[in-house]
Design a protein around this ligand. Structure first.
Ligand SMILES: [Zn+2]
Length: 266
């Protein structure tokens, strides 16, 4: 009797191990459909095509629009508009802690036109939110970009205060909320810095980061964002995940859902 139970337990363990090592239902990061053999970066071919179209649309928009940049920032380029599959990837990364979602975003970001930057500095998230998520999404994007472009990633910026989340605030409220909230280490002194973030919205976060980097002696600052949102309202969470839901730990990647190429790097 005991023997049979033990066998059954071992059988179940082996099944679980088999599923973990050879997952059959690897899902597309964007649409949750099972991935086929021809999928790349955890994205199904249909979503990959949509992402490509979004990237092309953003590229056209970037060359048309010349908006006022935060003082001290040389340029800002985004790989995608904050829409469709790009938006889904960012939400997987930010609110569901799916690290694999950084790969297709970063893969497009490396094609953005850059200056002569020497080091990559991710925009920091505050410690409380980083603890909840387990990582800083901008650092993850930076690591993929750094590896691809052969550039050093330096986490020289940090939040010095825990403010309210920026989501849902107007541009003026964002600036006020963020004033003096970042500091940079001396590692950026004399360096040309490429600042990296997931979403560029009003430029309020970038402005604070640039202020801190310049104060620490950065020679110049350019910026890459995975996506650009047209207005702060667009940055709202389509999955309805509030801070409370995140507190409840509901944003954790579900162990029974496996997204493509998890743990894979560029
Ligand atoms: Zn898909």
């Amino acid at each position: 009797m005991r023997h049979t139970m033990m066998q059954r337990t071992i059988g179940r363990l082996l099944e679980a191990l088999d599923e973990l090592l050879f997952p059959e239902d690897v899902l597309c990061l964007c649409c949750d459909h099972a991935l086929g053999e021809d999928a790349q970066d955890g994205i199904c071919p249909a979503c990959a095509r949509s992402l490509e179209q979004l990237a092309q649309a953003q590229e056209a928009r970037e060359t048309e629009e010349r908006e006022a940049l935060p003082e001290g920032l040389s340029y800002v380029h985004a790989a995608f508009p904050y829409e469709g599959q790009a938006r889904t990837l960012i939400h997987r990364l930010k609110y569901e802690s799916v690290r694999a979602a950084a790969v297709p975003l970063a893969r497009q970001m490396v094609f953005l036109p850059s200056g002569e930057e020497e080091i990559i500095v991710p925009v920091p998230t505050d410690r409380r939110r980083k603890r909840k998520r387990g990582f800083n999404q901008a650092t993850l994007l930076s690591q993929h970009i750094g590896r691809e472009l052969g550039m050093e990633v330096c986490t020289a910026l940090e939040r010095v205060d825990s403010r309210r989340p920026q989501t849902g605030l107007t541009a003026a409220q964002r600036r006020k909320n963020l004033a003096g909230c970042m500091a940079a280490s001396g590692a950026v002194n004399g360096k040309r810095v490429l600042l990296v973030d997931d979403v560029y919205t009003t430029g309020a976060t970038a402005q604070e980061a640039v202020r801190a980097l310049r104060a620490a002696g950065a020679a110049s600052v350019g910026m890459f964002a995975a996506a650009r949102a047209g207005s702060p309202d667009e940055e709202q969470d389509p999955f309805g995940l509030t801070e409370k839901a995140q507190n409840d730990g509901k944003n954790q990647e579900k162990p029974d859902r496996i997204y493509g190429n998890w743990g894979k790097t560029l």
